[in-house]
Each structure stands twice: as C-alpha cells, then as structure tokens.
Design a protein around this ligand. Sequence first.
Ligand SMILES: *Cc1c(COP(=O)(O)O)cnc(C)c1O
Length: 457
Amino acid sequence: MKTIIEPFKIKAVEPIRFTTKEERTTLLKKAGYNPFSIHADDVLIDLLTDSGTSAMSSEQWAGIMLGDESYAGSKSFYKFDSAVKKITGLKNVIPTHQGRASEKILFTVLGGKGKYFCSNTHFDTTRANVEYSGAEAVDFMTEVGKHPEMKADFKGNMDTEALESFIKKTGAENIPLVLMTVTNNSGGGQPVSMQNIKDARKICDKYGIPFFLDACRFAENAYFIKRREKGYENKSPLEIAQEMFSYVDGCTMSAKKDAFANIGGFLAMNDDNIAMLCRNLLIVTEGFTTYGGLAGRDLEAIAQGLVEILDEHYLEYRIRCVEYLGEKLVNNNVPILEPPGGHAIYLDAIRFAPHIPQYQFPGQSIVCELYLEGGIRACEIGSVMFGKDLPDGTHISPAMELVRMAIPRRVYTQSHFDYMIEVIIDVYNQRKNLRGMKITEEAPMLRHFTAKFDYVD
Ligand SMILES: *Cc1c(COP(=O)(O)O)cnc(C)c1O
C-alpha cells in the first residue's frame, strides 16, 4: 500500500512564530502555568483543541461570499437546513453559535433539580450545562473504556447494562434524556459501535426515554464503524452516518468539529413540542430561528463542511494522521491511550509520570513541559478538568489522567507530526524531572480554563 497523503493542496498559508526556550519559560510563568492563558502567537504547534481550528476549503471560503445575511428566511439557512437533514433525517434543525449553546438550550428546557442525564461520557461543557440547570450528569463508560492500556475496537461504548439498572433504580420519569457522545471525546476520542447505539436505543424505547447523539465527531465515528464493525465495510461514511442518526430522536452538534467550520453548531430533533420550546429560548439567547447566533456566511461554510467531512479520502487521511502519531510514540515506549482515537492522541499521565500523585496534577506538569521543550500546546484532561475537592480536603480523581493532543483538521503536515513526535519523546526521556503542581487560583466551574498553577516545592 502507498503512503496515505493529504487529500488537498495548500492554497493559503499562515506563518508560525518561533520562540526560544528562555522566552517560553517566561511566557509560561506569566500564564500561571496554564496553556489556556498563553497567547496563540507564542505557540509553535497548537494542539489545544480541534475545535474551530480546521482549515476551511476553497469551496467553503467561496460559500462565505455567497452568505445571505437576511434576518429571516436566509437562503443560506435553507442550504444549511437541508445539509443537516440529509445526514440526520431529523425534522427540526435549530442553528446555534456553537455546541454548548445547543446544550444550554436543551438542558434548560429538559433539565432542572431532581433530573438525571445519562451518557457514555458527558463532555465537560455538556456536564457543566446539565449541572447548571440543577440536574445531574451520570456517565456509563464500559470497563475497557476506563483502561488506557487496554485495546478494543469501540472503547467509547456505553455500558448499557449499567444504564438499564440506573434507570430502574432512578425511575424513567426522572431521566429526560440519554445522550450518546460520538466519538467519546472525554473517553479518549474513542468510537461507539452501531451495535451499542442500537442497544441504547432499545433500552430508551423500553422505558420511554428520548435518545440523542452528541454528534460533534459523527463522521470520524462513522469511519471507525466502517473500518471495524462487521457488515459496514462496503457502506459509505454518509450511509453509516445516516444509519447512526436513524436510531436517535435528536442531537446536539458543534460545527467546530466535524463540519470544518470556525464557528457554529446546531440542535436537531423530531419532537415538535420540545423544538418549539427550544426555538423560543433560542430567540431570547441566540437569535432568530433561521440564524441562531450565526451569520449567513457561517451557515454556508457549515453546509459545505458537512459534505466534505464525509469524503472517504479525507476520513482515511484524518484517522491515519492520528494513528501515525500514536504508532511512533508507542514504538518509543511513550504510554498513550490505545488504540488512538479519531481526533487526538492522549498521553497516559499516570504511566508517563508515575512519581507524581494524581492530586499533584501529573498531566498539567507534562503539558507545561511540552510547551517549554518544543512550543507545543496540549490540554490536561484529568484531575484539573474533572477532579473534585471535598470539603474535608480529600481529592477525588477521575478514572484516567490524560494529556490530550488534539489534531486540528487539515492544518498540519507530516513534518509537523514528525516534529511533535521528537518533542514528546524528548519530554518522555526526561520524565524523571517532571514536578508535581498545585492550583493557586480557580473558578467554581470549568476551572481548567482559567486556573493558575505553580510547582510544588
Ligand atoms: C466541543 C464539544 C462540545 C461543545 O461544543 P462547543 O462548540 O465547543 O461549544 C460538546 N460535546 C463534545 C463531545 C465536544 O467535543
């Protein structure tokens, strides 16, 4: 087999700025050892997120010029509406400015005190929006999904037996929604099988609970199903995506992921009554129902992005990029979450820096070192993001302690990847020098975005 190449040519380039290690030492300290506070200009390779960081295609940029900025009934909305309907088949499509705006609206309508939302894993903004409504977010990961070193095809799956016993215990009337995240971002960008989607559907039917997808990376998930699940080898990514959506009553979506857009999202559902309540709220907080916090040009970019994301050559290249990075790291004994997921490589901080206890944030320490060593910006997904401090001072750590290196879509070339590999291996070889960290300042919710850190003496 020949090398899988970037299925595009580069028409516009954006220079990146080089810094010295001395400069980065000062910059990181000034940022309170939190990469979210570093100026992007001071980052060489930015793997903080794959959200909104995609390179748009010439067709998408052409769409930007076609954007119809009419307040109501814009032509661009109808293009967007049919692009979403073609894939999801869902009846009501509600544009929002990004994924979390869809979540805020949905959970405001369905949530509230005494309610429980169930998921394979709630993403951080999803959990925050559930909790902000007064409800609780409960995750049902499978056992294999909790072990970074264990290999399986569909580690993003939901433990549907655990889901069912929770429903029995809690009462279906207290569970407004089951939400399946594809791919499972917080669980390592791991895919969910079609079988698991069907199983969850069956349980939701049995208890009369609506079933939604958090569809941010639906195309990557569809491609994994094609590659790994029997019976899907010869189906197109579009056909597989259509089947995934055929089992759900609705979805939330961030178009900043699998729609190649720099901004945007949507909420879609079959239920007309809930859709009406959501649209009412949309008008108060986002905008009129045919633009929902977006410009007409954004709707054009999303509509075109939704076509391009399901291109099989693109998906093959996309999944291979991440796999390539993972393969080279594993060959050099760097502990990562295996097998590589769809949009990111996750370093396993517990095996990477076993001398740092979880309450001293080993992941954050690795994140800092990647920046110091090579100007690479990554993101901690562990005790900083999900850890909790009880009133008596005990620290509750999450199941996994990860460092996420998210790969922006169509942005970096193979030599960028080779450079990343060199830097990560260097940091790994000097891992004994990694030091534990403490939080010196934090916000009450989503603390990882703004917290300040320092090294433990
Ligand atoms: C990014 C993301 C969201 C939130 O979307 P935003 O556009 O960032 O608000 C929700 N769920 C998952 C799985 C995500 O990856």
